[in-house]
Design a protein around this ligand. Structure first.
Ligand code: BDR
Ligand code: CA
Length: 318
């Protein structure tokens, strides 16, 4: 039986790759996709998601537009990283398909109620939709089997700022609510996503593949690779969001430890930081040592089998 998943995305070049990995993987059944502000606006992210699904031949999957701005700070998008259109300035034609009309928050609540205990929620974007869903439906945390988040960092530092990873930094209050909700969260952060390097050779192989969606990913990734080369000074790029999907497909790709995580919402230079309590005696033991704490529900990814992850990604996309 495939694992039932909902994706929450801000498509976004690496989100596009993650969506393709999900829809091309028989281990997963994508019940719906919600979009949110982040790399681009929630509306553009919805149109981009439809473009990706159209290219993959999967317009049967409903796309719901979600939160248009963060809970407690102004909207900020990332055109430098993802292009003005969120997909590497390809300026693709209108997808000739529309979002479902349901709000992404309502979609999460409805699907969780219809499939209690069965759904894995994979968020590769700011956590505004998840926080709003928790606020609207207090039983949500009991109905979702697992939350997999691409976001945060334990040791690596940030990318949006010195200590904030983008998906957390784009809405720290939402992230705080999601990490404290008591449901099982796995944090796929920069510690692991920056270890699995997608090379220019892999990019070329994508460009040569006739598989549905491969050409779109290839074209959009050109911009992302150029950004990485300019900012990180080396060829290749991370595939942040696809690693969260890959973890849902095969958890053995990533090594995790159960650690307490708090989200910094007030720090002057650290707002949006995931403060992972890395004291060695805590790993996997916090629930036992501090039964009254509510912040130990996070499995923090600390190592990744990069080769197996990238092989899986290439096998499914090409
Ligand atoms: C995350 O931020 C976004 O730019 C990417 O799509 C990814 O979800 C990486 O920090
Ligand atoms: Ca993303």
């Amino acid at each position: 039986m495939p694992k039932k998943v909902i994706l929450d995305v801000d498509t976004g070049i690496d989100d596009a790759v993650a969506i393709l990995l999900a829809v091309h993987s028989p281990e997963l059944e994508v019940l719906g996709i919600g979009t949110v502000h982040g790399n681009t606006t929630a509306d553009v992210a919805a149109a981009n998601t439809l473009r990706v699904l159209k290219a993959a031949g999967r317009l049967d999957i409903p796309v719901a537009t979600g939160a248009t701005r963060p809970l407690n700070q102004p909207l900020a998008t990332s055109p430098l990283v993802h292009g003005e259109d969120g997909l590497g300035n390809l300026n693709l034609p209108h997808p000739q398909a529309a979002p479902s009309g349901e709000h992404a928050v309502d979609q999460i609540i409805r699907l969780a109620e219809a499939h209690p205990g069965e759904i894995t929620l994979i968020a590769t974007a700011p956590l505004t939709n998840l926080a709003l869903a928790l606020a609207l439906e207090p039983r949500l945390s009991e109905r979702i089997a697992e939350v997999v988040i691409m976001g945060g960092s334990a040791f690596y530092g940030g990318n949006l700022s010195a200590w904030a990873e983008a998906n957390i930094g784009h809405d720290p209050e939402a992230a705080a609510a999601v990490f404290q909700a008591g449901w099982p969260v796995t944090m796929i952060g920069l510690d692991v996503t920056m270890q699995a390097w997608f090379t220019r050779e892999m990019h070329a192989a994508l460009g040569a593949s006739p598989k549905p969606g491969a050409a779109l990913a290839y074209e959009a990734l050109r911009h992302y690779l150029d950004f990485y080369e300019r900012f990180y000074g080396q060829g290749g790029c991370a595939q942040h969001d696809a690693l969260a999907v890959a973890y849902a497909i095969d958890p053995s790709l990533v090594t995790t430890a159960l650690l307490p995580v708090r989200i910094e919402t007030r720090g002057e230079a650290t707002r949006g930081m995931t403060v992972v309590d890395r004291r060695a005696f805590l790993a996997d033991r916090a629930p036992f040592l501090f039964p009254d704490r509510n912040d130990w529900h996070t499995r923090v990814a600390l190592a990744v089998d990069s080769e197996r992850f990238l092989n899986l990604l290439m096998e499914r996309l090409t």
